[in-house]
Write a protein that binds this ligand. Structure first.
Ligand SMILES: C[S@@+](CC[C@H](N)C(=O)[O-])C[C@H]1O[C@@H](n2cnc3c(N)ncnc32)[C@H](O)[C@@H]1O
Length: 299
């Protein structure tokens, strides 16, 4: 598949889709591809991701299988590592008594449906743009017949509304031990929305609560990083109509989170996650050196 040819086709396919975020669908596609691999080869596993992909995209990928596989294989390393790292983090917190999970910009995140332990003990709040969320709710009903009781949907546009009132009105309890996931989100919202969200977390959650997110350095977002991969990431986001808006200045990561009052601040580099998950057949797989994961707690 020639890249420009794919982009043209993709634009036509999406032109008649209003509402759902393209990026959320793109990420689901990478999860679905990884999940189709044998158990001992895949980095992450999400059996439901396939349901969120436009059938026309699947048809296109099937027709151009080799090229599609190569493109996905070369560009999915950091994303599948992110899914796995965040999954492992959720599971560790469940073992340590997690009571509530809040997923900001949930998109087609399926953790609430595939991590069994959540179903018994943890209420899950999924926040996302109304357009993306209503499409997801339809799909969830198609897959499972209904929406499980432990899941609460909170439709919100972070740029236009205050999410806190909506969250409280849906039953969020500020004294519980809570994990906040922001996966593939912070880079797409304004610095003000990022600050509002992190302040809310620091001020409205029980002892031992935690936040996990990923980010790009600010130089990727403002275009001053001249690496080709940095320019490609920035231009791709613009092309998708979801331009990058927020990044963290090099060397200021810890200070940035400290200002909100977080503790146990940890920065996870591409070298760290490559070492943790990429063995055997995955040993030489590409990861994106500019995508960092981060987590911290509220004590
Ligand atoms: C790249 S997707 C990631 C989705 C999901 N977290 C994942 O990792 O698969 C970004 C998500 O953020 C949501 N989002 C972006 N800007 C938003 C906004 N202003 N208000 C609410 N949701 C937003 C999009 O709808 C989309 O679902």
């Amino acid at each position: 598949m020639v890249e420009s040819e794919y982009k043209q086709d993709e634009t036509k396919i999406y032109a008649d889709r209003k509402g759902p975020a393209k990026m959320a669908e793109g990420i689901a596609m990478l999860r679905a591809y990884e999940s189709s691999k044998p158990e001992d080869e895949r980095i992450c596993y999400d059996p439901y991701a396939i349901h969120f992909i436009n059938p026309k995209i699947l048809e296109y990928a099937a027709k151009h299988r080799n090229e599609a596989n190569t493109t996905v294989e070369n560009n999915s390393g950091s994303i599948v590592a992110r899914v796995r790292y965040f999954d492992d983090f959720v599971k560790k917190l469940i073992e340590n008594g997690l009571e509530q999970l809040v997923i900001f910009g949930a998109g087609y995140d399926t953790r609430a449906y595939r991590i069994e332990e959540l179903k018994e003990k943890v209420k899950v709040f999924e926040l996302d743009h109304p357009g993306t969320q209503s499409f997801k709710m339809e799909k969830i009903k198609e897959i499972f017949g209904s929406i499980q009781e432990h899941i609460v949907f909170v439709p919100v546009d972070f740029e236009k509304e205050t999410f806190s009132e909506k969250l409280f009105s849906k039953g969020y309890n500020r004294s519980l031990k809570t994990l906040f996931i922001m996966e593939g989100l912070l880079m797409y919202i304004t610095p003000n929305s990022v600050a509002e969200t992190l302040s809310f977390i620091a001020e409205n959650s029980g002892k031992g609560s935690a936040v996990i997110f990923d980010y790009f350095p600010e130089s990727v977002v403002d275009g001053t990083n001249k690496l080709k991969i940095a320019q490609d990431i920035r231009n791709f986001a613009i092309q998708q109509g979801e331009p990058l808006q927020f990044g963290i200045k090099d060397g200021e990561f810890e200070e940035f989170l400290n200002t909100f009052g977080f503790s146990n601040i940890q920065n996870v580099t591409s070298e760290d996650y490559k070492k943790a998950y990429f063995h055997g057949k995955n040993e030489n797989r590409n990861v994106c050196e500019l995508l960092y994961f981060a987590h911290a707690t509220i004590e």
